[in-house]
Ligand binder design. Structure first.
Ligand code: NAI
Length: 332
């Protein structure tokens, strides 16, 4: 029996985490879920949006499955997502974006894995009010973090038979910060000559991604660019409802979808649970449950291929419950 910290989150989080628990159960994997609240709910109940007992739970279990958590815009507590990534030094945010069968998408041949640096950049949370009319936000780029995200991208490329790593930056403008990031990426590329390496300025990269995404293989980039590019890439393959994510450090791993808490559809039983389901597939692989991971992945693909029981974001008119039930039926 595995023990995993479960953070349902808020918005659509509880609906989709419940769905994923049901799917994992149907695949026959026994997990003891150590379930905890964070964010606004935890603040009201425990006086902190990220209570110490949640941190202790992740420390003990080393693996967590997390639903999305709402972060207020321009006010409120610091993002729980960013805090968790920094607290557990989850430096690699890995986001595989792939065309799936049967999904109505702009492109049919997308297969990109994004390696987003997850701990620094403008997300370091250093903002200073200079005076009433001026605020500065500090962009932090370190040699260590740049090197290890580049290493993670190249190691992944080598292990998974990928051909090319593209570093995305804005070093023409941020010559020192993005310059340092590129310097480390180039050094790591030199140590992995069997994998092709190229570089693109972020604006040009966005244009090329929406014109010819098949040109891209593995992308390595900083935190902010990675955040934006991830959603852009999700749009290429049919939306946020099908893109999984992994937050990985040396010791701890938190699995979560790319999408947020989707307040516009929360509580309506129409959220697509597949992005979190595919994140859970990655979690099961991490836990050594390879057969179950494979059968859930296959069930997801068969569900999409048959085009029935899909949620509205995928062009269907089914509920989260109906989609989950069908997914469970398809697990062999
Ligand atoms: P969002 O990803 O929540 O929603 C963007 C659009 O995609 C919405 O129209 C939503 O309905 C749709 N969508 C997202 N996931 C879906 C799903 N599973 N099924 C069907 N449709 C889906 O982004 P938004 O609106 O910018 O952010 C909402 C909140 O989520 C914010 O407070 C933000 O800070 C937070 N957030 C949390 C993340 C996390 O916990 N890892 C990641 C991104 C945002």
């Amino acid at each position: 029996m595995h023990r995993v910290t479960l953070i349902p989150g808020d918005g659509i989080g509880p609906e989709i985490t419940n769905a994923v628990k049901t799917v994992i159960d149907a695949a026959g994997v026994k997990i003891c879920w150590d379930e905890h609240q964070v964010g606004q709910n935890a603040l009201e109940k425990y006086g902190s949006p990220l209570p110490e007992h949640v941190i202790e739970s992740i420390k003990a279990n080393k693996v967590a499955l997390k639903g999305p958590v709402t972060t207020q815009i321009g006010r409120g507590f610091k993002s729980i997502n960013v805090t968790l990534r920094q607290t557990f030094d989850l430096y690699a945010n890995i986001r595989p974006v792939k065309t799936l069968p049967g999904v109505n998408s702009l492109f049919k041949d997308v297969d990109i894995v994004i390696f987003r640096e997850n701990t620094e950049d403008l997300y370091a949370g250093i903002e200073n009010v200079i005076d009433n009319d001026r605020v500065e936000a500090v962009k932090v780029i370190t040699r260590k973090a740049s090197r290890r995200i580049a290493e993670a991208a190249f190691e992944y490329a080598k292990l998974n038979g990928r051909k090319k790593v593209t570093a995305i930056h804005k070093a023409n403008i941020m010559k020192k910060a993005d310059g340092l990031f590129l310097e480390e990426a180039r050094k790591v590329a030199e140590e992995h000559k069997e994998v092709e390496y190229d570089e693109l300025i972020v604006d040009n990269a966005c244009m090329q991604l929406v014109q010819k995404p098949s040109k891209f293989d593995v992308i390595v980039t900083e935190n902010l660019y990675g955040d934006i590019i991830s959603d852009l890439c999700a749009g290429l393959v049919g939306g946020l409802g099908i893109v999984p994510g992994i937050n990985k450090g040396e010791e701890y791993t938190i699995f979560e979808a790319v999408h947020g808490s989707a307040p516009d559809i929360a509580g309506k039983n129409i959220a697509n649970p597949l992005a979190l389901t595919l994140s859970a597939v990655e979690m099961l692989k991490h836990l050594g449950e390879l057969e179950a991971a494979k059968s859930i992945q296959k069930a997801v693909e068969n569900l999409l291929r048959q085009g029935r029981c899909l949620t509205p974001d995928l062009g269907g008119c089914s509920t989260t419950h109906e989609m989950t039930k069908e997914l469970c039926n398809l697990i062999s």
